[in-house]
Ligand binder design. Structure first.
Ligand SMILES: O=C(O)c1cc(=O)[nH]c(=O)n1[C@@H]1O[C@H](COP(=O)(O)O)[C@@H](O)[C@H]1O
Length: 270
């Protein structure tokens, strides 16, 4: 199924714009999982099973798996999501960016090895570095535009011929790169004015919005700036605030409660 079709169905059927980010840091795992073989998979599996009915997508961050030589656990986790929670899109957060021949290999890794439904990509190396992902028309290609970190302004806020660089990226993607209708953009919740500007430049394009929760972004401001006329259009990500809501054996139940509260706070603004 096309990523966008699955995402739209999830927005409606789950009544949720919440994306739970899977950024497993073993140092923050509850004591009973510490040092256990397969702990990364087990931690994430419990989070996924406890929150799947509350989300429009999951976003595993590849660095947390690769840093621990746990790519096999990432593969198993994505397989688990597809098998047990069908219709829940998986956005692999890899923020890839490289010349075309290397990008082809990254695209195979994301879509054929890990079987992700979408990937985050850094567009700042230009069109030919993104083409290998666009060549999979059913897969989502979610391009960094206005990132949530303070240093994002160093380059993305540069003036390029009367507009800011991130505005140029938003317009280029919406008008040129999105021929298959499979592109999205990343805009941080920490910058609501820029979310509004990107929404203005891109019509109904889906936006991945990280930065609520641990980074302090405001849900009401994010929604006011970024929701589409039908009250959707956003994948609002929260990772640490949900993953580490509890410290004991009931961590998944604690995560579920925060996910529920977050989904409801988002829905209150739809
Ligand atoms: O592409 C992303 O997902 C991303 C882009 C961005 O601008 N800022 C950002 O925080 N992220 C990711 O979103 C997640 C945010 O995690 P929390 O701050 O714990 O909710 C991390 O996985 C980041 O790598």
């Amino acid at each position: 199924m096309h990523f966008m079709t699955a995402l739209k169905a999830a927005w409606q059927q789950r009544n949720s714009l919440l994306c739970v980010g899977l950024d497993p840091d073993p140092a923050r795992f509850p004591a009973h999982l510490q040092g256990r073989p397969g702990a990364i998979f087990e931690f994430c599996r419990q989070i996924v099973d406890a929150t799947a009915d509350l989300v429009c997508c999951f976003k595993p961050q590849i660095a947390y798996f690769a840093a621990r030589r746990a790519e096999d656990q990432l593969e198993a986790l994505i397989e688990h999501i597809h098998a047990r929670h069908p219709g829940t899109p998986v956005v692999l957060d890899a923020k890839r960016g490289d010349i075309g021949s290397t990008a082809e290999q990254y695209a195979v890794e994301a879509f054929e090895r890990f079987k992700a439904d979408a990937i985050t990509v850094n567009p700042y190396m230009g069109r030919d570095s993104v083409d290998p992902y666009l060549a999979y028309p059913d897969k989502g290609v979610i391009l960094l535009c206005r990132t949530s970190n303070p240093g994002g302004s160093d380059l993305q806020f540069l003036d390029v011929g009367g507009m800011k660089l991130y505005e140029h990226v938003a317009r280029l993607v919406a008008q040129d790169w999105n021929a298959s209708g499979n592109c999205g953009l990343v805009v941080g919740a920490t910058f609501p004015a820029e979310i509004a500007r990107v929404r203005e430049l891109t019509g109904g394009m889906p936006l991945l919005v990280p930065g609520i929760g641990a980074q302090g972004g405001d849900i009401a401001a994010t929604m006011a700036a970024g929701r589409t006329a039908d009250g959707s259009g956003l994948m609002i990500n929260s990772s640490r605030a949900i993953l580490y809501a509890g410290e004991g054996e009931d961590f998944a139940a604690a995560a579920r409660q925060v996910a529920l509260d977050t989904r409801d706070a988002i829905n209150a603004q739809r």
